[in-house]
Design a binder for this molecule. Sequence first.
Ligand SMILES: Cc1ncc(COP(=O)(O)O)c(C=O)c1O
Length: 458
Amino acid sequence: MTHLAPNSPHARDVASVLHPYTHARRHLETGPTIFSEGSGIYIHDDTGRAYMEGASALWCASLGFASERLAKVAYETMRRMGYYHIFRGASNEPAIDLCEKLLAIAPVPMSKVLLQCSGSEANDSALKLVWYHWNAQGRPEKRKIISRKASYHGSTVATICLTGIPDFHKGFGMPFEGFLYADCPHYYRDHEEGETEEQFSQRMADALEEMILREGPDTIGAFWADPIQGGGAGALPPPARYFEKIQAVLRKYDILMVADEVICGFGRTGNMWGSQTCGVVPDIVTCAKALSAAMQPISAVLMNERIFQSVMTQSDRLGSFVHGFTYAGHPVAAAVALETLRIYEEMDLVAHVKALEPIFLRAFGALKDHPLVGDVAGHGLMGGVELVQDKAKRRPFPEGQKIGAKVDAHARERGLILRTTADRVALSPPLIITEEEIVEMAARLRGALDDTFAEIAA
Ligand SMILES: Cc1ncc(COP(=O)(O)O)c(C=O)c1O
């Protein structure tokens, strides 16, 4: 860290901050990029350089950066009350209004909402609800959870077990027992010659059924999936009829469906919910991120009447529902989320994203002619660009080549922040993006792909 100016924010950062999902030792050398302000889809670093945000930061800055309107709501709520909890029957109006609103826009009829602070907390709480439900039903052995390889559902002790990425487990001695991972439905990469999307989906459903039978259907509590697979898979839409076929298997063995809408919720996929875009009929929905345009940390678990009835049963047997976080239902966060949902209504969010969808898919779809790109697929304003070494064989680059990281670095040089996995660029720009900005973003990505191609050819 010798090159970092003493007492600069960069030097103070490396001296004091442990950063999530960052190489700790390398960070001591490189130091941070410090971001100081933003407007629209642009975020500015402390040198004044502006970057287009191709991933809405962490898939969350749906309204872009900085908002007078949301700031005023937070300020007013803080002036009036600041904080009170919702434990032991206490409540506040922003929390009530928000829960009511979420029930009104839910993708399927839902009964109650549990407010939390992050996507991880929402999934963690949903997991406890699944176990609570099966205990209430007198079937406590239905404890195992099936999620999918390459899925990301959070970082807490439980949600990292739901997460199907071995690299995120190994340093921690995870996952715990009872977490199973079905195949990631990556049609482009894994389909056999001549196999249609539907046939591929059937193969995924058959493999799931085999797993369930092998483990014992009476031991499986829930299947966990984000409608368009984000994190590890890189914004991967499901193949045709995938969820229809998967859910037919789940229904056969009385297994709950949990839709992780933490990324896909609130217009991202061209409908209010990814479940609507991808044909998911969930028992439980978790959501966060765009719920408050990421301006406040807040998340929610929506549960159907069947789950709520189990909560009631347990109340009769055990007393209180003993679960909750100090900041659950925080009035400031709830008020900001509510105002965010009002903004979505005013801008007719779903129609807006639907109108931009063909422009987005055309602009980025045009990259398919690039020698590094095998496929481009998405819904709404969410999609992935598949990076391949061999287009004809649909073969990815060896992991050691770090192709995604190279594209990412070149994109930064061109003023574009991306979210890349080993071999996919995941796109999820702020939902306020304009047609011209989409075209410009795709041009910058093409430039970064050209730079990467030149680098590996050299
Ligand atoms: C699909 C999905 N679920 C859950 C989470 C965890 O959310 P959080 O980081 O707010 O805990 C994420 C985070 O990116 C996510 O993408």
